[in-house]
Structures are given as structure tokens and as C-alpha cells.
Design a protein around this ligand. Structure first.
Ligand code: TRP
Length: 338
């Protein structure tokens, strides 16, 4: 069976873009592959963050993933920091990756330039006050992947370069130290829907960048979902037509309808003569889609003990795999085995 691994930041509450774009395919993948899903709390330390909120966000992220349908009896869901081999393998890989490779990572350059750090160091290449961990982030991600001999790594477009680094590092290590790592597939086009911000439909829905009104959270109550959809930006025409370039707002609504209720966006458009009617149906479809998710979420968070037991069992299974891979890598690297 192919092994699939992916990771998600512990950002807490999930939005519709995360759900329809990524996690819905995680749920589908778990039935067809040996799937491991990692909540990457160590990666969350690379930007400015609130230590008093991190643990809770990690739990909320886990609860959201279970609520949308990850089944702990079918897949392995675990927290990165619970498996000590992640930082251990990272060191071996930091001694394999090069400064030049990491300096080419566009996400590092973007995040460093955005001043996502304490001192607002800013300057991209130099960025004196950017955390070292932000620079080496892709190596930790490579360790996440290589520890599990993952064949497939479903990620969004923004992670493609990191995935290629993981491949390059695996190939280099294997070349220097002998065959050790499975080289993961280069890139997986995400099969999910591309959900745009309801207020700025040319921008991807995102919790950090977008307006709160443009982002539908998976746990938004029905009346909030309806209000956000009703206020979604469209255009000054009145024709319902699927044309993402010319009519991004309307097309996003059609995409959402298709993702939530099924059908083809262009065909769905034929059933509408007004934007209002389309919005009503999108709102209904989203409310219906989210209702069972919200119910499961309420059940899952009601029992923190059970949630922690699920994560503990996941970490135990992950650790079995990771420990064996780490040992293989340490041996290949020539370390004296204890
Ligand atoms: N860097 C990824 C992101 O920000 C998260 C991630 C960390 C990841 N480790 C991973 C994704 C391993 C896939 C595989 O989205």
C-alpha cells in the first residue's frame, strides 16, 4: 500500500478553503492508502506566536480534523513534537542540505520580508532578527516526510519547492551514505477545490491574510455563514456565468456550490438568473455541509481525554516507524550506534 504523509500547522480553527481544498482529500486518502497526518507544532515556532495559546490550538486543530472525517482507526493522526525523531533527523538533514538551497526558498524570502518576526528585521536575504528556525523550516519538513518513507505527499502549490528540497536532500544523502530514504514523489497536484475569499475573490481564502467577512470558518454558526455568503462580492453585471477570470466572485460562488453540493460549476450556472438566488443556494449548501462537521466537533471537544488518547495512540504508531527510519539514517551517516 502506498504511504501518504501530510502536515498541517496548528492554526486552530479551520476555514472552508482548508477543508474543501485539502482536508477533504485527506479524508478520502485515508481509505486508499496508509495515511499519516501530522500537526506540525514545531513548525509553528518559526514565526511570532503566542505560547499560551499553542497547546489549545493544537487540540482544536486535531478536533477539526476528526470532525471533518479523519478516522483514528483508519489513519494515523499525531502531533509532531510527540515524536522526538523529527528534530533528531532534522540535524542529519541540516548536515546534508546547503545554505544555497535554503536561500532559494521563496517562502522563507516572503515570510522574512513580511517581517514575520519579533524585531521586524525585514530585509529578506539578511533578515538579522528572523528566527534561524524559519530558515531551516524546510529541512524539518523534509524530516517529517523522510521519516515515514512517504511515497506521496499531498501539498498545496506553495509547498512544492519544499517538497522538491526533500527529494534533493534524500537523493544526496542516499548518494553519500548509501540507500536510506525513500525518495517521495516530486509533487502532487492538489485534487481539492480552490476556494477564494468572499470579499476579495481574486485572493485565496486564508485566515491570516483575508478579511474575516471573506472567510467562512468551518465552525461558523449557520446565520454567520448565510450573512457572509449574502455579502459576498460579485460584480456589476447580473448574468450568472462561470468565468473565473472575468467574473471571479460569481465563479467562486459556483465553485463553492459544486464543491458542497456536487455538479459542474458551468452547468450549475445555467440554473440561475439572479445572484440572490445563487447566493441563497450556496448558503443552504454550505450550512448543510457544515452541520454534521459541527456536530462531530462538539462531540470531540466535549471529551478532551479521549482526544488526547487518540493523539497518544497516533504518536505511538508514528514513533514506531520514525524510530526505525532514524536508526537506519544514523547508521548510514556513520554514527556509532549506542
Ligand atoms: N509546511 C507545510 C505548510 O505550511 C506544513 C508541513 C510541515 C508539511 N511538514 C510537512 C506538509 C510535511 C506536508 C508534509 O503547509
Amino acid at each position: 500500500m502506498t504511504r501518504v504523509l501530510s502536515g498541517v500547522q496548528p492554526s486552530g480553527e479551520m476555514h472552508l478553503g482548508n477543508y474543501l481544498g485539502a482536508f477533504r482529500s485527506w479524508v478520502a486518502d485515508q481509505h486508499e492508502h496508509d495515511a499519516l497526518y501530522c500537526i506540525v507544532d514545531l513548525h509553528a515556532l518559526t514565526l511570532d506566536y503566542d505560547p499560551s495559546a499553542l497547546a489549545e490550538r493544537t487540540l482544536v486543530t486535531a478536533a477539526c480534523l476528526l470532525a471533518v472525517g479523519l478516522d483514528p482507526a483508519t489513519c494515523t493522526l499525531f502531533v509532531q513534537s510527540h515524536v522526538p525523531e523529527h528534530p533528531r533527523l532534522t540535524w542529519l538533514l541540516e548536515c546534508t542540505a546547503t545554505m544555497g538551497e535554503l536561500q532559494r526558498m521563496t517562502q522563507f524570502k516572503d515570510k522574512a520580508a513580511r517581517g514575520h518576526d519579533d524585531g521586524g528585521g525585514g530585509g529578506g536575504g539578511e533578515a538579522p532578527s528572523v528566527r534561524v528556525g524559519l530558515f531551516t523550516y524546510p529541512v524539518l519538513m523534509a524530516a517529517d516526510i523522510l521519516l515515514y518513507d512517504a511515497d506521496r505527499v499531498p501539498v498545496g502549490d506553495d509547498q512544492r519547492q519544499h517538497l522538491e528540497l526533500a527529494r534533493d536532500v534524500a537523493i544526496r544523502f542516499n548518494g553519500r551514505c548509501g540507500d536510506t530514504f525513500v525518495v517521495p514523489e516530486a509533487a502532487i497536484p492538489s485534487a481539492g477545490a480552490r476556494v477564494m475569499d468572499l470579499q476579495e475573490p481574486t485572493r485565496k481564502m486564508s485566515k491570516t491574510v483575508s478579511s474575516p467577512q471573506g472567510t467562512v470558518l468551518v465552525l461558523d454558526p449557520p446565520e454567520v455563514v448565510r450573512r457572509k455568503v449574502r455579502r459576498a462580492v460579485t460584480d456589476t453585471e447580473s448574468e450568472v456565468r462561470y468565468d473565473p477570470k472575468a467574473k471571479p466572485g460569481v465563479s467562486n460562488l459556483l465553485d463553492l456550490l459544486a464543491a458542497a453540493a456536487g455538479g459542474e460549476p458551468a452547468r450549475l450556472a445555467e440554473g440561475y438568473t439572479t445572484y440572490g438566488a445563487l447566493k441563497d443556494d450556496v448558503a443552504d449548501a454550505l450550512v448543510a455541509l457544515l452541520e454534521p462537521v459541527q456536530q462531530r466537533y462538539a462531540e470531540v471537544v466535549a471529551d478532551h481525554g479521549a482526544l488526547r488518547r487518540i493523539l497518544a495512540a497516533g504518536a505511538e504508531r508514528a514513533h514506531l516507524i520514525a524510530a526505525a527510519t532514524y536508526e537506519r539514517a544514523a547508521r548510514s551517516a556513520g554514527l556509532l550506534m549506542p
